[in-house]
Design a protein around this ligand. Structure first.
Ligand code: SF4
Length: 333
């Protein structure tokens, strides 16, 4: 059997995951674990690049995220799940790659500039924040991964990783690091409750394993077509966040019926939302159930992650031995 290609992906430890995370990344992870040799990690050091002054929540967020990953179907039999800070070799490679990464590569990174202006109340003029794409490159190439599943917005980072890997190979006359490809994934854009992008910082999220009554309450307050101020005024489903959810959570005949009912004012927003609530709750119920089971057996969850950390470490130890040899900072064998 041909060897499966290896891919790697991580998420910053931000705690419980929302439906934007589910449809934007997690569902894809669950598929990928059956097609590739997958390493998925909780990027807690990355969380520290912006939350270094208030790190208290990072550890709890890490476990919250692990629970959601396992609840939606990441399976330790099919992929390796680990925590970045538990595999210290990432930091060593980050240090060594920092030596060879030209500063202008980092300064021109669009995310660096954007976030400097967009994130309020945090001083991001730090070496760690500027250098996080180098840490990201280390995270990826330490596994000698062939690919990284990303959305369009992450493409510049993968490009930077590719450049750093090439530079290392060239500088030390080696082919140690494969140049990883970006596996672009088309994902549905799911609006938040207020119609903006779903984001924790906007407070407009539905969480994957949220209680049913909370989901119902949130959907009941969700934005609709703003022009539909009365029940008998026809609406335009395409501008209604509620309809964007129906497209993901309701069957095609029901979606068609809702669209037609909205346009002709046959259906009111209250009923439309009730139908959506039923479908969302039905779809998320198994995740919630699984999370409750996992929470009741944290010993098992910690065991899964310890095993993942160990598997990841084994890979990294082997790579770092070759890295040190390639650079020549150890006695040649
Ligand atoms: S009927 Fe449904 S799709 Fe139409 S505006 Fe109301 S909530 Fe949105």
């Amino acid at each position: 059997m041909a060897e499966r290609k290896r891919i790697l992906s991580g998420m910053r430890s931000t705690g419980r995951l929302h439906l934007g995370n589910l449809h934007g990344a997690l569902e894809n992870f669950v598929q990928l674990q059956h097609q590739y040799e997958c390493f998925f990690f909780v990027a807690d050091w990355h969380a520290l690049t912006t939350d270094y002054a208030t790190p208290q929540a990072i550890r709890a967020n890490t476990w919250d995220m692990v629970l959601d990953w396992l609840a939606v179907g990441l399976d330790p039999e099919h992929c390796t799940i680990f925590i970045q800070s538990e595999v210290k070799e990432h930091a060593e490679l980050f240090l060594l790659l920092s030596m060879i990464t030209p500063l202008p590569w980092l300064e021109r990174n669009p995310t660096y500039k954007e976030q400097q202006t967009q994130i309020d109340g945090k001083d991001l003029a730090t070496y760690g924040f500027l250098g996080y794409p180098v840490l990201q490159a280390a995270d990826i190439i330490i596994y000698r991964a062939n690919g990284v599943p990303v959305g369009k917005d992450q493409l510049p980072h993968v490009e930077l990783t590719r450049e750093i890997a090439r530079r290392f190979n060239f500088m030390y006359q080696t082919e140690l690091f494969p140049i990883p490809d970006a596996l672009l994934t088309e994902v549905p854009v799911l609006p938040g409750l207020d119609g903006r992008k779903m984001s924790k910082s906007y407070g407009n999220c539905i969480y994957i394993t949220e209680a049913e009554d909370v989901i119902a309450d949130k959907i009941s307050k969700m934005m609709t077509d703003p022009a539909r101020i009365k029940r008998d005024i026809p609406g335009n489903p395409e501008v209604s966040p509620v309809f964007a959810y129906h497209k993901l959570y309701s069957s095609p005949p029901e979606v068609a019926e809702i669209a037609e009912g909205c346009r002709t004012a046959k259906i009111g927003c209250v009923e439309c939302k009730k139908r959506l609530t039923k479908n969302v709750i039905a779809r998320l119920a198994p995740y919630r159930q699984k999370r409750l089971e996992l929470e009741a057996d944290m010993k098992k969850v910690r065991g899964i992650i310890e095993e993942g950390n160990e598997r990841a470490r084994r890979e990294c130890i082997a790579t770092m031995e070759l890295v040190r040899q390639a650079i020549g900072i150890v006695d040649r064998k």
